[in-house]
Design a protein around this ligand. Structure first.
Ligand code: DX5
Ligand code: ZN
Length: 224
């Protein structure tokens, strides 16, 4: 299988949210900007929602990678695609009709992705792969930035990549949580190709340079 694109999608969760548009300018070397939407129900934390995403998209040309950690994505996710998000990820544990939702997102011009919490197996969702553009394998329990990468999910990434390869499909695997210079290589070797990094990027002295370093490390690990 050809190597999928190696992409870095920094999460703004750890940035200064009062000046979101200029915080996105600080990550100009990124491929996407990761926007964590939390509703204080699906996860015990609350961030921002559709009006903030709509406003941000008027002020940036960076493609938005929306990660919905919300209880009712079937109702709310399509509006993020309509707002112009390049990719919309909803949680497998939350959606009542994932195929219908994925098709709706694609029809509205977004890439459709399903996210799996660390304890959620990928196997029940493998038959849905043709409906998806990406699988997000969470490498922390969703809700907060700055947590430690869970190595126990690496075999799930490997099994997901094997299933995608067996299909011969061009489907991305994203990892989110605890991704840093120390862990990005392990995730890439397991088969991930889209890397979310929040604290590692925004707490770095030079966020744009950190992104380049993470991409280089991931690319080198894919080549191994
Ligand atoms: C966690 C969020 C992540 C988070 C990543 O629930 O989905 O996107 O911001 O932050 P770090 O990279 O600090 O683990
Ligand atoms: Zn996220």
């Amino acid at each position: 299988m050809p190597t999928p694109p190696i992409l870095i999608s920094p999460s703004v969760l750890d940035s200064d949210l009062s000046r979101l548009a200029s915080e996105v300018e600080r990550i100009a070397s990124a491929d996407l900007v990761h926007l964590d939407i939390m509703d204080n129900h699906f996860v015990p934390n609350l961030t921002f929602g559709l009006p903030v995403v709509e406003s941000l998209l008027e002020h940036t040309s960076m493609r938005a990678d929306v990660h919905l950690m919300i209880e009712d994505p079937d109702t709310w996710a399509p509006a993020y695609a309509e707002a112009g998000a390049a990719s919309v990820t909803f949680h497998a544990e939350a959606s009542r009709a994932p195929v219908k939702l994925a098709r709706e997102l694609r029809a509205k011009g977004a890439r459709a992705a399903v996210a799996l919490r660390p304890a959620t197996a990928v196997e029940p969702f493998l038959d849905l792969l043709p409906e998806l553009d990406m699988v997000l394998v969470m490498t922390v329990e969703p809700g907060f930035g700055g947590q430690s990468f869970i190595d126990g999910v690496l075999p799930k990434i490997e099994r997901t990549r094997a299933a995608i390869d067996a299909l011969g499909a061009d489907i991305w695997i994203q990892v989110d949580g605890g991704v840093s210079r120390a862990t990005v290589g392990r995730a890439a070797r397991a088969g991930a190709n889209v890397f979310v990094a929040g604290s590692a990027v925004y707490r770095a002295e030079d966020p744009a340079a950190e992104i380049v370093a993470l991409r280089d490390l991931a690319t080198a690990s894919w080549a191994e």
